[in-house]
Design a protein around this ligand. Structure first.
Ligand SMILES: Cc1ncc(COP(=O)(O)O)c(C=O)c1O
Length: 461
């Protein structure tokens, strides 16, 4: 079995069993193939335990994928498994759909307790993509007729269906077969400061990118009265954890107040503690969303669950719409989510996120100082990104080097969120991953960065 407290890769992936299954995948799974570089890992997992993934060849990896940021307490948390089981015992294998079930109230009360003002109410959905579209429908209904437009931010990822796929959009590589885009979205620049679209530098820029809305959009595309609101991911996750400068959310919020636009924050990935607070929006004092969606993490990682929190003012418009669906707010998922929130509070998990943040800033920050190819490091709580470049001066995205580093990490037993289309990876530990274990993973990352730097003759200080 080996040491169960650390990663252990004894058979370089893919091991023989993984290789056989992946070969078979080409024959029986629709569109799942390593040929296209996806999924990016070279193993097939069979077991998930705490902070580790075990593959079918018995290798053990430190999990920094975390169910794509959907399992705040890691895998197989016994109390969450027990809550889910209780939900199944209470309500069998049926979803409520057209019934009212007590378990939904339990979760709603808990959300009501922790939600920042003016959010007081909740409506359930099943997935993140669905909940975002439904939140926008509520926004449009609340804004009233004659306001078809919604301002969205380039690079944001809001989901993979026709509506959400066109919202950011997230990335040109991901748009195939979503084009031609649905209309109604006004896509504007997000403050991606390391690669500023205007080639300016913060703070001297005075956040010029936000002026695009008043100086360009309102002049050429839409009057303020034709816009329902703004849909934003205050920290863009899939786009490489883009953290806006402190004034940006405040100024965006002020713009909404000035023009009577509804402010909607998509916290499907950044909510439920990922940034070190229950809700990411709480990082910016005075910024208030009237609609805010949760997905991923609220599920605890197992039973699909999403929801939108809304202000009192959003309640009547929401009541006019059919949102949700067959599996929305299923009883076992609600019970598990309520337990999840209870554990996060009871075990001071948000404090642990702050510790993870400190480790990440120290370890990855030092790597940025030392290695020519580490271009940028962005960290807010356990929301983290390490971006690689050919050299610091040109900032040319280093896709191949990133791929080599991530594969070297896999061979050492650390697997982050990574997509071959990008020149960054995102360490995404469970929120309760022990800081020492996380630090060990960071040290293994550094070994890989050093190895790849040396292999390519890249500078090291
Ligand atoms: C911010 C955000 N919104 C929405 C979604 C879509 O969620 P789902 O994959 O559950 O449809 C994601 C998924 O990554 C996300 O990060």
């Amino acid at each position: 079995m080996g040491d169960q407290t650390r990663p252990n890769v004894h058979t370089p992936p893919p091991g023989p069993r993984s290789a056989a299954l992946m070969k078979r995948a080409d024959e029986i799974l629709l569109g799942v193939s390593l040929i296209g570089g996806w999924p990016p890992n070279h193993f097939v997992s069979r077991y998930r335990d705490g902070w580790f993934i075990e593959d079918v060849d018995g290798n053990r990896y430190l999990d920094w994928i975390n169910g794509w940021a959907s399992a705040p307490l890691g895998g197989n948390h016994p109390e969450l498994v027990a809550a889910a089981h209780q939900g199944l015992v209470d309500y069998g294998t049926e979803c409520l759909s057209a019934l009212r079930v007590e378990h939904q109230w339990l979760l709603a009360e808990k959300l009501h307790e922790i939600a920042p003002p003016p959010l007081t109410k909740v409506v359930y959905d099943t997935t993140g993509s669905e909940v975002v579209e439904n939140a926008v429908r509520i926004m449009r209904e609340a804004a009233g007729p004659g306001r078809p437009f919604v301002i969205t931010f380039l690079g944001s990822f809001h989901g993979g269906n026709y509506g959400t796929g066109a919202m950011g959009p997230h990335n040109a590589h991901y748009n195939h077969a979503i084009e031609p885009f649905m209309s109604g979205w006004i896509n504007v620049p997000f403050p991606t400061c390391y690669r500023c679209p205007y080639h300016l530098a913060y703070p001297a820029c005075d956040i010029a990118c936000l002026d695009y809305i008043e100086e360009v959009v309102l002049k050429y595309k839409a009057t303020p009265e034709s816009i329902a609101g703004v849909a934003v991911e205050l920290v863009q996750g899939e786009n490489g954890v883009q953290i806006p400068p402190p004034e940006w959310p405040v100024r965006l919020y002020d713009l909404c107040q000035k023009h009577g636009w509804i402010f909607y924050n998509d916290e499907v990935q950044e909510g439920v503690g990922r940034t070190g607070k229950w809700f990411a929006i709480e990082h910016w004092q005075g910024v208030e969303a009237e609609l805010l969606s949760l997905g991923k993490g609220i599920s605890g990682g197992l039973m699909p669950l999403a929801c939108t929190l809304g202000s009192d003012r959003m309640s009547a418009p929401a009541g006019k719409l059919y949102t949700g669906g067959t599996f929305a707010g299923n009883p076992a998922a609600c019970l598990m989510a309520a337990k999840l929130l209870e554990i996060i509070e009871r075990d001071h998990v948000l404090d642990n996120v702050v510790e993870l943040e400190k480790v990440a800033k120290a370890k990855f920050g030092a790597m940025k100082e030392k290695y020519e190819i580490v271009g940028d490091v962005r960290v807010l709580g356990a929301y983290m990104c390490v971006e690689f470049v050919e050299d610091k001066e040109s900032k040319t995205p280093a896709h191949e080097l990133t791929r080599e580093i991530v594969y070297a990490m896999e061979r050492r037993g650390v697997v982050p969120i990574y997509e071959p289309a990008f020149n960054y990876f995102r360490p995404t530990p469970a929120l309760n991953q022990p800081p020492d274990l996380f630090a060990l993973g960071c040290d293994l990352v550094e070994e890989c960065v050093a190895e790849v730097s040396a292999a390519h003759g890249k500078g090291v200080k």
